[in-house]
Design a protein around this ligand. Structure first.
Ligand code: PEP
Ligand code: MG
Length: 589
């Protein structure tokens, strides 16, 4: 028996035979210089191949819409965008017209150039888009060369798919009913296979190194997407224990789908549980997982996906559609659209400027206040969309009162212009401030006078409080949500919200931590917003606690002796919850 560790990518457990997927194999690409005068002919070949690719994609989108809802379609809409990208098309045609390359070579050269640009980007999400580029390049080359797809994945029995990596089209074209889980050599938690696996509730482990060469087709394996591991040649006892986990996992999801609304406490009352989403990632799954609304819409992904500023119309359509979707989640489900949170590790070429310290630089609301035209365009798109659903607008990285005053001026200006133009919008649209910089937590009482709600971004609040880069493994030991310094800032923010009669939520990843997220709720947070896959788990825990339990739980950190550490606080919290829920560790499987 061997257990191979990888990245826990999509929660859940699966056991079954392995299907080793090797993809379509390399497409042979002819490369030559065309005869002078034949450029037009070659351009026609290229345009025909692109047209065929477009038709194929549109067909695929139509089939998927029917089969899986809109969730997976976004990926292919993104492919269509790449296919129709004017600058890529111009570059390919230039290789044919000027360098007299054949169409296949021109496509490959353009794709190689774009791949290099994508790979150089700092943003991991954007680096993952290389897979989209590979996918679309492959389709055009197939159309040009007539290279037949190898016999399509013939899955006849439920299996665990093991692959080097999976492109978005490979992932979604797999017959869902036969896919028990995914395990890949490469990939990351932001890869498409990760996003789709979570959206489709299929357990997945990525980053397993050379797993494809360690398993034999048909071999029986155990896949643990919750902890990120795959077990080869499991012994009988391990299989028995694992089967229990599979059963319990099923129970967990069923109880949530069929029971009371997510976030309901044992004693009645509730903590509202919302989902974090971003454009380009499937939305449909969040309903099944019990999201009551969208607590964080990361609008900057509209910029990251396009690599430039989206137009007001593009933004309006995206916000309106997301707001309409949110309205279907629960009665009057709302969406909190966060305005452009660019900078730090989210850089867009041509927009982000080079800074010595990007995390402490002209990012987020600072960027918007120094680029008023960009800010006003976004506010206008959001306000226009507010006529179609309940939208709240959120300002990221607020660090002082002056910023909120300036935001209010910008909003008033845009509202006046919409009124002049007779365009409908929600006149009472609520605005909120993210609390993710220590200064904001310290002056939360003052900030509360200028907004309708707070949303605490613990991902950044922890990094700025501890001066520990949230993406740097070597300082990860400092990155602790239960550090007493972080807890004090949380307490200040929650108390200030309560004193000023405004709502407070947490939208950082810590909201989905079963020990810490519940602590925030106990301390008085009204909304926990998280990756939707974690909603059933957090709900399951809340359903076993009463309001009195939560009140007691909130006091646990305060009852700690002076000088306690993050680990002490965490251990005390864990022990407290175990006292209330004896089988807690089984739920946390
Ligand atoms: C946060 O900082 O907690 C947050 C939700 O924002 P982001 O992760 O997008 O920086
Ligand atoms: Mg943040």
């Amino acid at each position: 028996m061997t257990t191979v560790a990888g990245l826990p990518t999509a929660r859940g457990f699966a056991c079954g035979p392995v299907f080793v997927y090797r993809g379509d194999g390399e497409i042979p690409i002819p490369e030559y210089v065309i005869e002078p005068g034949r450029e037009e002919e070659e351009l026609v070949r290229l345009r025909r191949a692109k047209l065929e690719t477009k038709r194929d994609l549109e067909n695929l989108i139509a089939i998927l819409r029917e089969r899986t809802g809109r969730a997976d379609v976004r990926v292919f809409e993104c492919h269509l965008m790449i296919l129709e990208d004017a600058s890529l098309a111009e570059e390919t045609e230039r290789y044919i017209k000027v360098d007299r390359l054949n169409a296949e070579a021109a496509v490959r050269k353009t794709a190689n150039g774009a791949r290099m640009q994508f790979e150089r980007m700092n943003d991991p999400y954007f680096r993952e888009r290389v897979r989209d580029l590979d996918d679309i390049e492959r389709r055009i080359l197939k159309a040009l060369t007539g290279f037949a797809t190898s016999p399509h994945l013939e899955l006849k029995t439920p299996s665990i798919i093991i692959a080097d990596d999976l492109t978005p089209s490979e992932t979604v074209q797999l017959p869902r009913e036969f896919v028990l889980g995914f395990a890949t050599n490469g990939g990351s938690t932001t890869s498409h296979v990760a996003l789709l696996a979570r959206a489709l509730a299929i357990p997945a482990v990525t980053g397993l190194g050379d797993i494809t060469s360690r398993v034999k087709p048909g071999e029986f394996v155990l896949l643990d997407g919750t902890n990120g591991a795959i077990t080869l040649n499991p012994d009988r006892a391990t299989i028995r224990d694992f089967s229990d986990l599979v059963e319990r996992q099923i129970e967990l999801t069923e109880a949530v789908t069929m029971g009371a609304p997510t976030g309901t406490l044992k004693s009645g009352g509730e903590v509202r549980i919302f989902a974090n989403v971003h454009p380009g990632v499937p939305l449909a799954g969040i309903r099944e997982q019990g999201a009551r609304g969208i607590g964080l819409y990361r609008s900057e992904y509209l910029w990251l996906i396009r690599g430039m500023e989206p137009t007001e119309e593009e933004q309006f359509v995206a916000y309106r559609d997301a707001a309409k979707f949110a309205a279907t989640l629960s009665e009057g489900g709302s969406i909190t659209i966060r305005v452009l949170d660019i900078g730090g590790d989210k850089l867009v070429r041509g927009i982000s400027s080079k800074e010595a310290n990007p995390f402490l630089g002209n990012r987020s609301i600072r960027y918007l206040l120094s680029h008023r035209d960009v800010f006003r365009t976004q506010i206008r798109a959001i306000l226009r969309a507010s006529a179609y659903g309940k939208i709240l607008m959120l300002y990221p990285m607020v660090s002082c009162v002056e910023e909120l005053r300036e935001c209010a001026v910008a909003v008033a200006e845009v509202k006046a212009s919409l009124e002049r133009d007779g365009i409908p919008f929600d006149h009472g649209m609520r605005v909120g401030a993210m609390i993710e910089v220590p200064s904001a937590a310290l002056i939360a009482d003052d900030l509360a006078k200028h907004v309708d709600f707070f949303s605490i971004g613990t991902n950044d609040l922890i990094q700025y409080t501890m001066a520990a880069d949230r993406g740097n493994e070597s300082v990860a030991y400092l990155y602790q949500p239960t550090n007493p310094a972080v807890l004090r800032l949380m307490r200040m923010t929650i108390d200030a919200a309560r004193r000023n009669g405004i709502l407070v939520g947490v939208c950082g990843e810590s909201a989905a931590d079963p020990i810490v997220g519940i602590l925030w709720a106990a301390m008085g947070v009204n909304i926990l917003s998280m990756s939707s896959t974690y909603i059933p788990l957090i709900s399951k825990i809340l359903a076993r606690l009463t309001k009195d339990d939560l009140d007691e739980y909130a006091k646990v950190p305060d009852s700690m002796p002076a000088c306690s550490t993050a680990a002490d606080v965490f251990a005390a919290c864990h022990t407290f919850l175990l006292g209330k829920i004896p089988n807690l560790d089984d739920i946390l499987i």
